[in-house]
Design a protein around this ligand. Sequence first.
Ligand code: G3H
Ligand code: 13P
Ligand code: ZN
Length: 332
Amino acid sequence: MTSYKELGLVNTKELFKKAVSGGYAIPAYNFNNMEQMQSIIQACVETKSPVILQVSSGARKYANQNILKNMARGAVEYAHELGYDIPIVLHLDHGDSFELCKDCIETGFSSVMIDGSHLSYDENVALTKKVCELAHSQKDYVTVEGELGVLAGVEDDVSSEHSHYTQPSEVVDFVGKTKVDSLAISIGTSHGRAKFKPEQCTRDANGILIPPPLRFDILEEVEKQIPGFPIVLHGSSSVPIEYVHMIEKYGGKLTDSVGIPEEQLRKAAKSAVCKINIDSDGRLAMTALIRKILVEKPDEFDPRKILGPARDELKKLYAHKNQNVLGSAGRA
Ligand code: G3H
Ligand code: 13P
Ligand code: ZN
């Protein structure tokens, strides 16, 4: 049994309270390896931003949970060494069972998501409540994120053929019965790099896909039902077209890529949305730089010379998001 406090981590409670009242969102960046973790911490220390390091079950399988947990401990020490102690949360992203959440709660995670959004409403309530009871009864309170509504999109372990928006009429009952600390909602975002079908979009003069707007009306209705309650937005990568073009220039193929425009995320961050999840943009930045180096320097075979520039690009991307999109810069 390891408590997150022993690792120097914090839960989301205070961070979300400040973010909701301050009109900004905490970045929740997924990580699977050392370079991603280093770039996240470098960017968040440089911009003085709190941060949520997210681990999916896919990341656990890829990198091993103990290694990721100890990387989070290392992240705390790394931030200190870089000169600024930012608050760092270690969060389970899309936990799909009580057992997985329990394992994370007992081994140093300060926050878990139990994603019962694919279950019936009553089953989602029962499962989420069970995880909350365990998480909240720990010596050091572990925070829990629940989800209502289903996001579209397909990623390794996160898939949904059909999305449906969150029903604002359900949120009071859900939050009251489960006692979750934050609620992920579905207002049109989805996972991955192709968030909308081309037929849902328009095109600009250059043929670039322009997505339909998010359903801010649903968000407003949710906020009316549970004023000031912390809301989470998944699937919030912007899918920068520069990275898509760079990947394609160097041999990749990413047809019909489209993300959530930064302007809409800025607007969401000013509301009760206090956690914004971003994974795909980091994948795109890393892949773009790796492809570039491999093509431009065919004789390079030192992984550090390939992954190093990718890490630098990731850091720039995360710093930009903290400063110009989420508003979390200067809040640590
Ligand atoms: O929401 C899902 C995250 O992007 C994690 O994806 O399951 O492929 O690690 P993953
Ligand atoms: P993206 O695929 O838009 O980066 O979303 C990540 C996410 O929601 C992780 O839970
Ligand atoms: Zn997600």
